[in-house]
Design a protein around this ligand. Structure first.
Ligand code: ADP
Ligand code: MG
Length: 225
């Protein structure tokens, strides 16, 4: 498992600001958000639509650059680096899970996992073991279009876990799942946290919030609770 050796939390955001400007309009999407997630911990982030949750995740993942503040992943600064450097750090340290599973349609489930591993470089688990972890060993050769909703969600999780990430970031991953499938996905997140991953889940689901170790609510770009 990825080990954080620096003594810092697996994920740390300090005083993040993000502004969007279009014409005369300025949106302050993040106004000084700080948070940490320790390895082994699940943090849920809630908040109404437009409160900045997706913007926060994008900054944490290095997909976007904050206008102020900094992000540290596994003790390494992610923010204020070139896009290429951020992409390399993300591929190595971060798994990302979205509601619309992050699967490439013309590749099999196993090929999707292998692709994420090739981009990550470094030590990655065997694709078979990643698929077994999410209970999809028997679906390795299937294309995404051949999967049920619940299987597609688990395949997306397999891709997110393919690089054995220190940090897993999920944006409303259970939004379109039925109750039983949601519980199964939550069990998988919990068991991955138990293996030392720091998990941050954006969700409106009461079940997700109930099973998190900690919850923070965003309101208008700030931490409200
Ligand atoms: P949430 O995920 O909580 O619904 P978002 O982070 O998507 O919220 O959005 C926060 C605010 O920032 C919203 O007002 C949204 O319209 C605005 N916003 C997000 N991304 C952009 C962008 N690329 N350009 C302009 N405004 C944006
Ligand atoms: Mg969002």
């Amino acid at each position: 498992m990825a080990v954080v050796t620096s003594g810092r939390p697996a994920l740390e955001a300090k005083d993040l600001y993000r502004f969007f400007r279009s014409g005369e309009d300025e949106t302050l999407a993040l106004r000084g958000v700080s948070l940490t997630v320790e390895s082994g911990e699940i943090l849920a982030v809630t908040g109404p639509s437009g409160s900045g949750k997706s913007t926060l995740l994008a900054c944490l993942a290095g997909l976007d650059e904050p206008d102020g503040g900094s992000v540290f992943v596994s003790g390494t600064r992610m923010s204020h680096r070139s896009e290429g450097e951020r992409a390399a750090l993300r591929a190595r340290h971060i798994g990302m899970l979205f509601q619309s599973a992050n699967l490439i349609g013309h590749l099999s489930v196993e090929q999707n996992v292998r692709l994420a591993q090739r981009i990550a470089s470094g030590d990655t688990p065997l694709p078979e073991s990643v698929l077994d972890q999410v209970g999809l060993g028997h679906r390795a050769a299937s294309r995404p279009s051949q999967l049920s909703g619940g299987e597609a969600a688990r395949a997306g999780l397999a891709v997110a876990l393919a690089n054995n990430p220190a940090v897993l970031l999920a944006d409303e991953p259970t939004g379109e799942l039925d109750g039983a499938t949601e519980r199964r996905l939550l069990d998988l997140l919990r068991s991955h946290a138990a293996r030392g991953c720091a998990v941050l889940v954006v969700s409106h689901s009461d079940d997700v919030v109930a099973r998190a170790d900690r919850v923070i609510a965003l309101s208008d770009g700030r931490v409200a609770s």
